[in-house]
Ligand binder design. Structure first.
Ligand SMILES: [Zn+2]
Length: 360
């Protein structure tokens, strides 16, 4: 079976009867061409619910003690997850580990195919280290110089280089604010932890008044967050790979050793030519309806379905609450083929960008 047929079969399993329409809507990128570097106005609006399966610690980098919240027009605040936490901190790391696992297991089989598509290395060393500064200062182990610039992680989520070292690539994944649909007061809990000293059998610590007691305000398990991620100008394989990484993201926030377990639901995608909908708009709509009691996950998913249905004339809506599960349960050989095709697709993009910027 040709690789296109394999991807067709996988796409059909995920999108069902909408598959043909979506395949035709997606970008095709078979050979390098400057034209591929230009934005195409294809936006997959992916609506998600983040369901905490354990308590979450959601904080800004600056204010280390308190939870991130945002005000609403209803007169109270609600917890919110910033996109940097979700996209860079969680989904991108998920994709990177998926790619490393794939490469280690498959390089014997597929490295020559990747090289034929333009991959320049024998190993895969892409790591999240934004500016390659440490490599230049020789603090990094040889070969681990940060973003590699030739993998789906780099060419879907973007990367920056040091001045004069080529060009930056902008992310084709653009996130949102993920907003809790329950008020701050009802959605959070403050918990005190202690660390008992084995010698003195107390929490007393020299020089402190509170000793080894500390408090966290956390989001309670089960409180749903809603938001939307825009995936721009993707091929079918890039779309599937990004959705797999989103659906398989299982931790978020601070102290993920103990907290932060989540499940991602993808109840709707709207394939359109512009960005539609926002987590904040969706959340305030739901909060307005469920002011006296917290909505259940089921009710939140129904609200998203109704919200996305309003825009059904603006593109191709896929409304399927099983999408997240289908992507999580996709079998390993299917995921392997998605990675291979997406990797070849991004290498064509890389060569196209080289042409566009006039790089030899
Ligand atoms: Zn990379």
């Amino acid at each position: 079976m040709s690789s296109q047929n394999i991807i067709d079969n996988i796409g059909r399993k995920v999108f069902g009867e909408k598959y043909e329409e979506i395949r035709n809507w997606c970008i095709t990128r078979n050979t390098p061409n400057m034209y591929h570097a230009i934005p195409k106005g294809k936006v997959a609006n992916v609506f998600i619910v983040i369901e905490p399966l354990s308590r979450l610690i959601i904080r800004h980098e600056q204010e280390t003690t308190d939870l991130t919240t945002i005000p609403t027009p209803l007169g109270y605040s609600v917890p919110a997850i910033l996109n940097t936490k979700f996209q860079s901190g969680a989904v991108r790391r998920q994709l990177l580990s998926l790619l490393h696992e794939w490469f280690d297991r498959n390089k014997g089989k597929y490295l020559s195919e990747l090289k034929k598509a333009g991959y320049s290395r024998d190993e895969y060393t892409c790591t999240m280290r934004p500016y390659m500064k440490q490599a230049k200062e020789k603090q990094a182990p040889e070969g681990f110089e940060g973003y590699c610039g030739e993998c789906p992680n780099c060419l879907i989520f973007g990367y920056a280089v040091q001045e004069g070292a080529g060009y930056n690539v902008k992310s084709r994944v653009e996130g949102d604010l993920y907003v809790c649909v329950v008020s701050e007061e009802k959605a959070t809990v403050t918990v005190t932890f202690n660390a008992v000293d084995d010698i003195t059998k107390t929490t007393a610590m020299p020089g402190t008044e509170t000793g080894a007691l500390y408090e966290f305000r956390m989001v309670e398990a089960g409180m749903p967050f809603v938001g939307k991620i825009a995936l721009k100008d993707t091929t079918l394989a890039e779309l599937l790979l990004t959705l797999i990484a989103i659906a398989r993201t299982t931790r978020i926030g601070g102290r993920v050793t103990h907290f932060g377990e989540i499940k991602i639901h993808i109840p709707a995608i709207l394939f359109s030519n512009y960005e539609i909908g926002s987590g904040y708009e969706l959340a305030t709509r739901i909060l307005g309806k469920y002011s006296s009691k917290a909505p259940t996950l089921e009710e939140v998913i129904n609200e998203i379905t109704a919200y996305v249905s309003q825009f059904k004339n603006q593109g191709i809506p896929v409304i399927d609450r099983e999408l997240g599960n289908k992507l999580r349960h996709m079998n390993k050989s299917d995921v392997d083929m998605v990675v291979l095709q997406a990797w070849k697709d991004v290498l064509v993009l890389k060569k196209s960008l080289d042409k566009y910027v006039g790089k030899k």
